[in-house]
Write a new protein. Structure first.
Length: 170
């Protein structure tokens, strides 16, 4: 991929497990703007707006999320604000700044009952608060009017930065 000189990439959740890996593999040539908690907080619209006033935009990659799946069951409102409303805020700002949004979602938007791998056309049917909150984020982006976006659904992540599936199981 060819990167135009000084292409801007805004990485939300840059200090998290996925965000750190994105930074490691990011090709040279990007002007990187990082949004990290607590300076960047989805629960505070002003902090989201602030990062855009400071020059965020270009390609926006959202790696931030409330990922504690079990905790989401008792904190569904908080999970929905972070995983649902937060991506909606990003989509609105991406639309305003004519940016591209890459949003990382989850396979938890599905019920897990399929005998074959899911396709993007398959109907979501989340069975948990976490899944419902991630689906709310997807829908907020889809309904925002933003024309250029990508929603990437991952499963458990594995890597050197932070708690991952292998460490959780072992």
């Amino acid at each position: 991929m060819t990167v135009e000189p000084r292409s801007r990439l805004t990485l939300i959740g840059a200090n998290g497990m996925l965000g750190q890996t994105v930074k490691e593999i990011l090709p040279e040539g990007y002007d990187l703007v990082e949004g990290n908690y607590p300076e960047f907080d989805f629960l505070q619209a002003a902090s989201v707006d602030r990062i855009f006033r400071q020059g965020a935009g270009g390609i926006i990659v959202n790696c931030a999320a409330h990922t504690a799946v079990d905790a989401c069951e008792s904190e569904e409102e908080l999970a929905t604000r972070i995983n649902g409303d937060g991506p909606g805020l990003l989509a609105a700002l991406a639309k305003e700044s004519r940016s591209v949004l890459v949003h990382v979602s989850s396979d938890y938007v599905f019920d897990g009952g399929s005998a074959v791998p899911y396709r993007e056309e398959d109907a979501p049917n989340p069975q948990s608060a976490y899944g419902r909150s991630k689906l709310a984020g997807e829908r907020a982006i889809q309904e925002s009017g933003l024309e250029r976006y990508f929603i990437v659904r991952t499963s458990w992540l594995y890597g050197p930065h932070g708690k991952n599936f292998v460490e959780t199981v072992l």
